[in-house]
Design a binder for this molecule. Structure first.
Ligand code: ADP
Length: 184
């Protein structure tokens, strides 16, 4: 575990399973259909149970497919977290297709939604770096910078945790955090 203070908030990195996190909200790296899938999405629906998918279906009935970079919120169902924020990361297409901006939007829109809901503690997985193929070294820098930028401007959220599934991802985020600290 590594932590840094950003204003009054704490930004931490841990290696582990996000479905075990007892923060107010966890973020899901969903796909536009919101119908579940593999990776962290599959794990969240498996552990959280059918209530999450029910709400996702209602959202899609209302707004259609969720555009890349946007975020919506549902119950946490049987998860320790009260809420799940679903966001759609960009598919890596080589880096010239607005991937960094879209990935940044995932983090900013998730945090904005959390703030609106009065959420104080939130956990993120490494969005887009699994099936969507975003190189983790690049994605981690975008992710860490987006969260720090948000926390500098907004004091409502007290705790942001990146939950990295494997040591390779953890090390990438750790390096990104070390770089970002220099500008804090
Ligand atoms: P994407 O489609 O956005 O790339 P993935 O779920 O395929 O999403 O992968 C995103 C990251 O989430 C990967 O680093 C993957 O190892 C990780 N991951 C998978 N399961 C979990 C879990 N239970 N908790 C945290 N991270 C997870």
């Amino acid at each position: 575990m590594e932590s840094v203070k950003v204003g009054k908030a704490t930004l931490s990195l841990i290696q582990g399973d996000i479905t075990k996190q007892a923060t107010d909200a966890i973020v899901n790296a969903a796909n536009s259909s919101l119908m579940g899938g593999g990776g962290v999405d599959g794990a969240i629906h498996r552990v959280g149970g059918p209530a999450i998918l029910e709400e996702c279906k209602k959202i899609v009935a209302q707004i259609g497919r969720l555009p890349t970079g946007q975020a919506v919120i549902t119950t946490g169902g049987n998860l320790p977290a009260k809420y799940v924020i679903h966001t759609v990361g960009p598919i890596w297409r080589g880096g010239e297709s607005k991937e960094p901006e879209l990935l940044r939007n995932c983090y900013l829109n998730s945090l904005k939604l959390a703030k609106e809901k009065g959420i104080k503690t939130i956990s993120f997985p490494s969005i887009s770096t699994g099936a969507y193929g975003y190189p983790v070294e690049k994605a981690s820098q975008v992710a860490v910078k987006a969260v720090i930028d948000f926390l500098k401007e907004n004091q409502e959220i007290k705790e942001v945790t990146f939950v990295l599934f494997d040591s390779f991802s953890f090390n990438a985020y750790s390096n990104a955090l070390r770089k970002a600290k220099k500008n804090l």
